[in-house]
Design a protein around this ligand. Sequence first.
Ligand code: NAD
Length: 462
Amino acid sequence: MDILETIYATPAGKFVARKVGLADPPKLRRGRLLPTGPIVLGELEGGRIGRETLTLIGVTPGQPVLDVPEARVKDEKGRAVPPRYPAKPGAIVVDATGVRELTELEGIRCLLRPVMRSLEPSGRIVILASDASAVEGLEAKAVAQAIDGINRTIGKELRGGATSNLVFLKEGTGPSDLASTLSFLLEGRSAFVDGQTWRVGPAKVAHELSAKPFADRIVVVTGAARGIGAAIGRTFARDGATVVAVDIPASGDALAKVANELGGSALQLDITAADAGARIASHVASRHGEDARIWAIVHNAGITRDRMLANLDEKTWASVLDVNLAAEMRINDFLLSADHPGGLGEEARIVGIASTSGVAGNKGQTNYAASKAGVMGYVWALKEDLADRPITVNAVAPGFIETEMTAAIPFVQREIFRRTNSLSQGGNPVDVAETLAYLCGPASGGVDGQVVRVCGQNLIGA
Ligand code: NAD
């Protein structure tokens, strides 16, 4: 259990903790739950996609839409009158996709100011903006980046587990491309995703949103015997997937337990084996038939072997790069090379796991940071390679997640890492799993080549 939660559980503990300035970590809304309060749509001039997408995902905005002129009403002293919202809005979606000029940023300030302290616990701010690649002119491109700065800052200012995220829309993006991202961000599935920015574009193949997006679909999860991998298996199974759980033979018992719980199958395999890709495909073909194909592969297995570089020998260096990066590349090479029985489907999802250590570097983790930064570089490059195929490739970059891996970090270092984010707590394995499930969803075809941080807006690399 989170040590601060334990302290805050007693009145005396709460009193002392508050006196010494230890923040009470807010309890986060998780799962497929929308906010309970009204969802407000703040529509700035020229923005339409927010309204259309909310309708598509079945959300009726709870308040009149405020356009810029109304939001800019002045009082008798010439001060901007803030728009009126319900007492405790659950979320606000700011459609700034039409914003091109610096002066129009005022509309965002005006819409957001009244909700900064009134959002319900675990409320949401979602800003929609046009990607710099989709707008003409220097000012419009600068404005796009300015919105990024707004989002990152309000993520740090919000309280009570509320989050802010920004979605940049590429040219030609429609409501059906945005729907899976907007519903993910409004729901509790995105509990630990805060202050982040990513890009959505037109999907190569359109799919509708579904409560069981992986029904009749096979999803392979490596490192599934415990920790984040087991949570990934559970989340995909909840959403209808047939899960193939992969882990090393030494974790065979735990692996079998997870696979049984999920009604999936277990494959004991060291992913660093040269023929690992072929073994995954032949397992799928033998269990599910020659015609079966993998919908998604989640490259989750990973190890740490932390040493300061001054003490880092060749073997320790190589083992981390091999498990965390080279194995993933070899497996994908095989699965992408041809239409193998039990291999990757024509339309498919590939996801990997990077880390905030890969974003910012971390003392004692040269090998790990190299492997995780490498995962990001690989995702960006592979996306280009697969440009002509309806396969998406993405990654998540978790920050501090409560697992056996992070339980092994020395206490003081662990507490610092756990608290230094906008939500003052570590994430749960399910937070990573939910983000991966969103990225792998059939309706997420417009999300490609992205690295989404699941870190509660960790200060590392922010
Ligand atoms: P974990 O150590 O609890 O679980 C990792 C699993 O991978 C284990 O079951 C292990 O047996 C398996 N595995 C290791 N080597 C393997 C191999 N060669 N072949 C097959 N399976 C293998 O780790 P976790 O905390 O659940 O982390 C999962 C992933 O998330 C890793 O890639 C890790 O680097 C990444 N990550 C974790 C955190 C965190 O805070 N826990 C943060 C950032 C990134």
